[in-house]
Ligand binder design. Structure first.
Ligand SMILES: Cc1ncc(COP(=O)(O)O)c(C=O)c1O
Length: 393
């Protein structure tokens, strides 16, 4: 049986490497290997001398130890180093689920979080984030109505892509309590952890790995630390039996992490605070620019400003937008394809993530944001020129 298409990847594949104005990415501004090593005090020479043999399936013990510094109750044995963050979703679902299981997944969501589980389990139910005037909310009455004795797994993602939402510590506790009371596994995708944009130093929520023994937590260096090309990620799996089964699945996917990635990831972890603070600053600056833009176009654009993460949803009122444009659009998917093809501006149709087809996702983590936003802006006012993109160094 075929798995559902990964619409986000399919859309990005069409334009990501050719569109000059990428406004849709969820990762933060990246860095070069030389810059990373300079920051961490490593040397290019040492990197050049490393041997390219196989590595340990569970990951280098020192790398796993460095990861435990990010948690309170996690041991190096609990950490499984991945060959990419997204691999962790596949391995977890393969390990936990079969056709007799029910799964509840927060929605909207990054495609893989729904589709792999949906492919494997007997019944997948969406637990929808609720839009409010001020932002987003989770509805615990709804969760209680979905959960039952067949529910094997609850899937969440905080900070949330694409909504830029995170529950309060009290709400997070309530979620863990519901999972515990129903003896469910909780898969918590924390890949945007540390991107609490208004928060300067520490994450505002505990990691699910620290507070619930049946949590499986995903994190990595792609988003908060701006290193998606490293393909560096890890899972925290405190249950030994499940962890061993999961590593068994890993033997059929990637066997072990890439040696150069392990080396550079360890370097990155020693300077993770600096990397994260750089990303938070970029997001905070871009949020201000974006808020002004949204205000100026409030007759046809609406958003709930994100409080965490590097993404936000923008709702387009096409009836209003069409009034000021020569071309008529009725949905965000057609609009985004047209914008990418004609103007080189890349917004993600949020239908890819399970939203109604009037939402687009914007990414706030890139240094080129203001120029890319100006390019979108220029397409909205017929007399402005689309600006030149930033030259990447
Ligand atoms: C919520 C979430 N989880 C996991 C991933 C996977 O990360 P990566 O593409 O670095 O494997 C992404 C990527 O966009 C994501 O948004």
């Amino acid at each position: 049986m075929q798995i559902k298409p990964f619409l986000t990847e399919q859309f990005f594949a069409l334009y990501e490497f050719t569109a000059p104005h990428v406004l849709a990415s969820s990762d933060c501004e990246t860095t070069s290997i030389a810059e990373l090593l300079e920051l961490s005090g490593g040397s290019l020479e040492e990197f050049g001398e490393m041997r390219l043999g196989y590595t340990e399936s569970q990951g280098n013990p020192e790398y796993r130890r460095l990861v435990t510094d990010m948690y309170d109750n996690v041991m190096a044995d609990d950490v499984v180093i991945l060959t990419s963050p997204v691999e962790g979703i596949y391995l977890t679902m393969q390990t936990l689920l079969d056709a007799s299981d029910e799964v509840i997944a927060l929605s909207p969501a990054y495609d893989a979080l729904h589709h792999v589980a949906d492919h494997l389990c007997g019944k997948m139910q969406s637990w929808d984030l609720v839009p409010t005037e001020a932002g987003w909310e989770i509805d615990f009455d709804r969760l209680e109505s979905l959960v039952n004795s067949n529910t094997r797994l609850i899937i969440v993602n905080f900070p949330h892509n694409p909504c830029g939402y995170q529950p309060s510590p009290g709400e997070f506790e309530q979620l863990v309590e519901i999972a515990r009371r129903n003896d469910c596994w909780l898969f918590c995708d924390e890949i945007y952890r540390g991107l609490e944009v208004e928060w300067r130093h520490e994450p505002t929520l505990p990691s699910a790995a620290d507070v619930y023994e049946k949590a499986i937590v995903l994190h990595g260096l792609s988003k908060t630390y701006g290193l998606p090309g490293l393909r560096a990620g890890w899972l925290i799996v405190r249950d030994k039996t499940i962890r061993e089964q999961l590593i068994g699945w890993k033997h059929y996917t990637t066997i072990c992490p890439a040696a150069p990635t392990e080396y550079l990831s360890m370097q990155a972890l020693t300077v993770r605070d600096q990397l994260a603070e750089r990303s938070r600053k970029i997001v905070r600056d871009n949020l201000r620019i974006c808020a002004e833009f949204m205000k100026r176009h409030s007759e046809f654009l609406r958003w709930r400003p994100p409080t965490v993460g590097s993404t936000a949803l923008v709702e387009i009122d096409f009836a209003q937008l069409n009034g000021s444009q020569t071309q008529v659009f009725t949905n965000a998917t057609d609009y985004c394809h047209d914008l990418a093809k004609k103007h080189g501006v890349l917004l993600l149709p949020a239908a890819c993530l399970g939203c109604a087809d009037r939402f687009v996702r914007i990414g706030l983590g890139r240094a080129s944001f203001s120029i890319a936003l100006a390019a979108w802006d220029a397409t909205l006012s017929s007399n402005a020129d689309v600006p030149e993109p930033l030259k990447s160094s």
